[in-house]
Design a protein around this ligand. Structure first.
Ligand code: TRP
Length: 344
């Protein structure tokens, strides 16, 4: 690119609103992370300046096996790209590669109240689940997340409903900091997609599909083998009514399958109801399974292809970390100055 073109690109980036989001590489990505998050992200690249992070620093609030964490992180980079996140158009990076996150997180720890952190439902849930390891990081997790967001001066933060409380806390901390030091941080808005936002467990459809679920039949993985995906859908919990129609209150299982089928095929609920009128749940569950297998097949194949090209993946996350650092370092420098740290 010539100097002028570089300048033009920079101008464009500056005018676009900025998006930041992240997923923890704490395991294999689920169908829920794909339909609820990654798939929607890919569509935002032209309109927004997008930063997508692999939140590896958040994962160690719960014990991880080091080699597994490395493998999950690399696989997640490949899966992001395979899902349509073009690394030329999106900044894809690993949180721990950008030290500024940790630097800002410490400062924000000092502007986040004990009471605020104590009220976080995720902290309460996770402490109940990990009673033998309620560490300080688990408690201050939302301050690190606030740093992730504020460090890029993000306008919008695409998250699932379960993370909305953390984005609200982030706004409160930013407002408190701005109140003392002037307009340092932009106030971000949560951005919750309307469709497919919440994929529920196939075996207990009133709770979110989650990789930490004890019943692994409830959770489908993005890179899972077709026969395993089919088996899980065939076992999915429904009800005794034997009629495919949408009613999340009294038919959570069937409604969840309809959601998934609708997002996978682009069909509306009415079309799906018509398609399966007079059919049993067996046909319906097999059709949903097949639609998901076909949706995920090209992504799995592309992820596997990319994983065989380590040099390419390294190039992507290194370039991402460099681009992210340029923005992040600027924010940290500003914050350090505001709080009164002596410049080095
Ligand atoms: N806490 C988020 C989750 O578990 C992951 C995350 C970390 C995140 N930092 C973020 C999401 C910043 C959005 C913005 O889902």
């Amino acid at each position: 690119m010539k100097g002028f073109e570089v300048f033009q690109t920079m101008e464009n980036e500056m005018q676009k609103k900025r998006i930041l989001s992240g997923i923890q590489p704490s395991g294999d990505l689920t169908l829920g992370s794909y339909l609820g998050a990654i798939r929607n992200w890919a569509a935002l690249a032209d309109e927004y300046d997008c930063y997508y992070m692999l939140a590896d620093m958040h994962t160690i609030t719960v014990r991880q096996v080091p080699a597994e964490l490395r493998r999950h992180t690399l696989t997640q980079v490949a899966a992001y790209i395979a899902s349509g996140l073009d690394p030329e158009k999106n900044t894809l990076f690993v949180q721990s590669h950008v030290p500024a996150h940790a630097q800002l997180a410490w400062v924000l720890d000092c502007y986040t109240m004990f009471g605020e952190l104590s009220r976080m439902t995720q902290f309460k849930d996770k402490s109940a689940k990990n009673a033998d390891n309620i560490n300080a990081g688990l408690f201050t997790y939302p301050a690190l997340m606030a740093a992730d967001i504020l460090i890029y001066q993000a306008d919008l933060v695409p998250v699932g409903g379960d993370q909305k409380q953390h984005v609200e806390l982030c706004r409160d901390v930013a407002t408190r900091f701005n109140g003392i030091y002037g307009d340092v941080f932009k106030l971000p808005e949560p951005y919750i997609p309307k469709v497919g936002a919440r994929v529920m467990s196939l075996t207990s459809p009133t709770s979110k599909m989650s990789k930490s679920d004890k019943d692994q039949n409830g959770c489908v993985y993005m890179l899972e083998r077709p026969e395993d995906i089919m088996r899980k859908f065939k076992k999915a919990v429904t009800d005794s009514e034997a009629s495919v129609h949408y009613d999340p209150e009294s038919k959570p299982g069937v409604s969840n399958l309809m959601q998934i089928y609708s997002v996978a095929t682009g069909r509306t609920f009415e079309e799906i109801e018509r398609e399966f009128a007079g059919h049993g749940y067996g046909d319906f569950k097999a059709a949903v399974g097949e639609a998901v297998v076909e949706l995920l097949r090209p992504i799995r194949e592309e992820t596997e292809r990319l994983l065989a090209d380590k040099a390419y993946l390294e190039g992507v996350y290194r370039a991402g970390a460099e681009r992210a650092s340029r923005v992040a370092d600027r924010t940290v420098a500003k914050v350090y100055k505001k709080v009164g740290f002596l410049p080095r």
